[in-house]
Design a binder for this molecule. Structure first.
Ligand SMILES: [Zn+2]
Length: 130
């Protein structure tokens, strides 16, 4: 299968590939929004971000910003980053360490493992089949 022709389709391929190899504790659903901002901040200093991952009704939702994830490289880095959160979530829950750091050592390990898979091993090519 050829590489996906849009950023959104390519991100979906990468995510499906990662899910097939590395388990998260809950089913993962990918959603796109035009823009993501923090509604709790005062309007003038609202931070815009690239993605958000959270647990809702037994599912992990990964929200991606179309505005911030325009290029393939950036969007793929974002989905690897967010899926590392999805994997770390399970880890934290099992061990009852809800106070873990958001980008702590386990998250970094997952991120690094999947980064290597996609960029240095066959993940880039194999993910095109998803
Ligand atoms: Zn993060």
């Amino acid at each position: 299968m050829p590489q996906a022709k849009t950023v959104e389709k390519r991100v979906a391929q990468i995510l499906a590939y990662l899910e097939s190899k590395y388990a998260a504790g809950y089913p993962v659903e990918l959603k796109w929004r035009k823009i993501l901002i923090d509604p709790d901040e005062p309007v003038k200093c609202r931070k815009e971000y690239a993605a958000e991952t959270y647990l809702e009704s037994g599912k992990i939702i990964i929200l991606m910003s179309r505005k911030r994830n325009r290029t393939y490289d950036y969007a793929i880095d974002t989905i690897i980053h967010e899926y590392a959160h999805a994997r770390d979530w399970r880890h934290a829950r099992i061990e009852g360490r809800e106070d873990r750091k958001i980008h702590g050592p386990e998250w970094a390990l997952y991120y690094g493992e999947m980064y290597t898979d996609i960029h240095d091993e066959d993940g880039w090519k194999l993910s095109r089949e998803f």
